[in-house]
Design a protein around this ligand. Sequence first.
Ligand code: SF4
Ligand code: SF4
Length: 376
Amino acid sequence: MSATVSFQLIDNYEPENLNAALHNLLEPLGGYGGLITDDSSVVIKPNLLAPRPLSRAVCTHPEVVRQFARLARDGGATRVLVTDSPGIGTTQQVAAKLGLTTNDVLEVVSPEETEWVHSKEAGMWKLHLSVLMRRHPVVNIAKAKTHGQMIVSAAVKNMFGAVVGLEKAQWHYRIGREPLNFGKLLVHIYEMVRPKVNIIDGIVGMEGNGPGSGTPRALGFLAASTNAHALDYILCKIWKVNPMSVYTLRAAKEAGLLPDEKDIYVIGADVASLHPNPDWKMAVPASVGRLVGPNWMIPLWERLFKTVPKVNTTRCTMCFECIHHCAAGAMEAVGGQIQIDTQTCISCFCCQEMCPHGAITIDSGVLARWLRLGKD
Ligand code: SF4
Ligand code: SF4
């Protein structure tokens, strides 16, 4: 098994520059026409996590979506649909916040209608997935971000948006405590949708307290591959992160879906030269499971190194978004403050992801602090 990862170096979101960069990005992969042969409806799946200002770099930049839509229309697509299942708000609300609205080239639509993935196909999982994403060619356009629980939020993680609405929170609740299992689920969802091409918007990425409250950081590239696992793997190499510490990559490797490094061909960039200087700041790890070997040891280590969310009361505005997204019911407002029941908390870190004010950080626990885990 081999894969090609194509790069274009670009440091701005100017429409003309982006259009040319996207065109050149796809060329080594066969070009638009080689990747998407069905010329009817094409679905673009950006990261539309939450209605945050463009400057926060939480979502895929709208100009990347617009210019890909243009490329698709030039390539013969009769409809270009843009959809996601945001954590907060509707697709249209999040897109509008970014200045992305329906026009004569693209339509911003809701992914609401879903279908069961047949049990045989779904394996150990029982899933509802967006009909739009299952029935049309999908173009996955992710944002390059750090992630407290999953370490990296990139191409594979982005396809969690194929699960619609409350079912996302339910999955977090069911397996949120076991990040490797969550990684397996994400890999499975990606494989069930199998986008025609995966693109990472790394022109400006997010470092630090990602995926919702980190710091925007210029990275200066677009990257693409038909194999999202290979694409995420190369992103880890750029950030100097051990790929096997990333749960989706570990799951992909176990499932035989990740090509060996020697079989991943990088075109258009020297990976080492893309490492941000002086350094790139990862999120404080929400799970120590990645530090140890076998999956069965994770609960033991989790007990010893318990990691829980912590509310910064200075930043907190009592908007209650975290309480609404806590599937475990571990959060409540008491005496003008948000309190977390750490016994009920499943450490899914949805609250951290959804807090609009960056008021939730990760408390790494006594042993973790003693060992200085998660320190820069
Ligand atoms: S989402 Fe953030 S700002 Fe809102 S109540 Fe929770 S911690 Fe406070
Ligand atoms: S408090 Fe936060 S991390 Fe804990 S279960 Fe609720 S949403 Fe998940």
